[in-house]
Write a protein that binds this ligand. Sequence first.
Ligand code: ZN
Length: 197
Amino acid sequence: MTVLSIRMIGDPVLRTPAAPVKTVDNSTAELIADMFETMDAVAGIGLAAPQVGVSRRIFTFDVVGERGVVINPELTLLGERSFTAREPEHGAAEGENLLREGCLSVADIYAPVTRAQEVLLTGTDADGSAVRLEATGLLAACFQHEVDHLDGRLFVDRLTGADKVAAARALRSREYGQAIDQTLGSRKSSHSSFFAS
Ligand code: ZN
């Protein structure tokens, strides 16, 4: 197995809707094994195939004991309520009210994102078995974040207000290339405890 290099914002593969997986062959199994190893190496809670340069609809996840891979995921947002991390009265459970999203492909930006509180995820696993997972809270946010990756979207696209302004400013700053370099360098020696996927 191999730890793959993670593509960073600005790379066109992150903005390309990924293609459905038609057959799960040995190369797919190898990719999935490498994605797990890569996700673990950077202590991520999720990793989508485009983040390692492969434009196919696959993601891995590892969120508080829930670990797996989903191929060709379909997401249904359950209920109409959504929450932002700043508005725990909108349904965020205890402990989730400080949730700020980050992304392994976006250096140095962490901000709350409005997400559906509860989702149903379907698809298949590496053996071709059906996956059907209901998720809430952090796991639900992770699933939405990963499916966004497969659609060519990044969490910074979903920021609003002051967070959107601050992120846009950071991304176009002259120092942002250095921030990416530092992030890639620090991954070799340390792990982040932020929600990053
Ligand atoms: Zn991400």
